[in-house]
Design a protein around this ligand. Structure first.
Ligand code: AQP
Length: 332
């Protein structure tokens, strides 16, 4: 079976709709057909300051949400990044392979550091894409299911894997991004020109899956559309409506075309009211399931420990081979 690897940050508490539709949903589907490794990337989270107590709680919360979304530890390997020390170890190796200029071209760093003020951004934030390279290469992943915003980092991963293989001999599988067109980018409900994001969106534009379903429904009903009235998928001219149609279509499994037909002659109000209902139906059981996992932290921790153990057997083998190829003297 081909292998997939992906990760999600535990930073914001609740996952948002963009995280779910852009990434996690695909993770759930791919565990059926792939040898799947999924992790909560706490080492990425600490590239910006974190409150220790909150980070610990959010890491469990992220794992609980992944399980609530449908990940099955019998079908995939689910773990916490810091439980597998090989990530940091291979991260260093990859740092030593990356050009400074190459890392400087990562647009996510440019965006995020601009927001924080260049002086406050950490070196960790700067090299976070390189740690991500290590995350992927450790598992010899063939595919990486992510949102569009991660495409550049997968490109970097490919470049570094090829560089290493060229210099030291075939070691790493070259991974490809796995990005579904329809949900590659979910947009902010108030500003459909920007992606829905935990840091850039305003509270009204961001749907956190664990928020009160009533508040979520309200956000959907007050989503920004346009002054026209026709419900048609057209990302150029009607970004707001198209975003709502993408979300609606993915959550219900109805083709966008069928939705366009269903709402022909009806106003935006009808679309929004129905989508609000769809959303409530989705988030309500999701919240309950997440809480059930949180209510039993011992089982959750045991499950994550087992995942880490499975992940380490693969990661350790890749790291040992990498050290050997580079000429690092083995400790006898
Ligand atoms: N709006 C989005 N549409 C589609 N996919 C998205 N992803 C994020 N936003 C969207 C995908 O979610 C996965 C996990 O993301 P992450 O937790 O690693 O963090 P992120 O990319 O930092 O999430 P945000 O909200 O976008 O955070 P900030 O505000 O820090 O930029 C990834 O696969 C991502 O592509």
């Amino acid at each position: 079976r081909p292998r997939v690897l992906s990760g999600i940050q535990p930073t914001a508490g609740s996952f948002h709709l963009g995280n779910y539709l852009g990434a996690v949903r695909q993770w759930v589907a791919l565990q059926e057909s792939h040898d799947a490794f999924y992790m909560v990337v706490d080492l990425h989270a600490i590239t910006v300051p974190q409150d220790p107590k909150e980070l610990r709680a959010n890491t469990r919360l992220a794992a609980a949400q992944l399980l609530a979304a449908g990940l099955d530890p019998e079908r995939c390997t689910l773990f916490v990044q810091s439980h597998v020390p090989e990530h940091a170890q291979l991260g260093w190796i990859m740092n030593c392979l990356t050009g400074f200029g190459e890392a400087s071209r990562m647009t996510q760093f440019k965006d995020k550091s601009a927001k924080q003020g260049a002086d406050r951004a950490t070196v960790g934030l700067f090299t976070y894409p390189v740690l991500q390279v290590a995350d992927i290469l450790l598992y010899q992943a063939n595919q990486v299911p992510v949102g569009e915003d991660q495409r550049q980092h997968i490109e970097l991963t490919r470049d570094l894997a090829e560089r290493f293989n060229g210099r030291y001999g075939q070691t790493f599988t070259i991974p490809a991004p796995y990005i579904l067109k329809e949900t590659a980018k979910i947009y902010d409900l108030q500003d459909p020109a920007i992606k829905m994001s935990k840091s850039a969106s305003t509270p009204k534009g961001l749907i956190n899956l664990l928020d009160d379903p009533k508040a979520t429904a309200k956000k959907v009903r007050s989503a920004v559309t346009d002054t026209d009235t026709v419900i048609r998928y057209d990302t150029e001219k009607k970004p707001g409506v198209s975003n709502l149609l993408s979300i609606y279509s993915t959550l219900t499994g109805t083709a966008v075309q069928d939705l366009e037909q269903k709402y022909e002659g009806k106003g935006y109000g009808a679309l929004k009211t129905d989508l609000a209902e769809v959303m409530v139906e989705f988030v309500t059981p999701f919240r309950t399931r997440t809480q059930e996992y949180l209510d039993d932290p011992e089982t959750l921790d045991a499950l994550l420990a087992k995942g880490a153990e499975k992940a380490r057997t693969v990661a350790a083998e890749t790291l040992a081979q990498t050290y050997d190829r580079m000429g690092l003297l083995p400790a006898k």
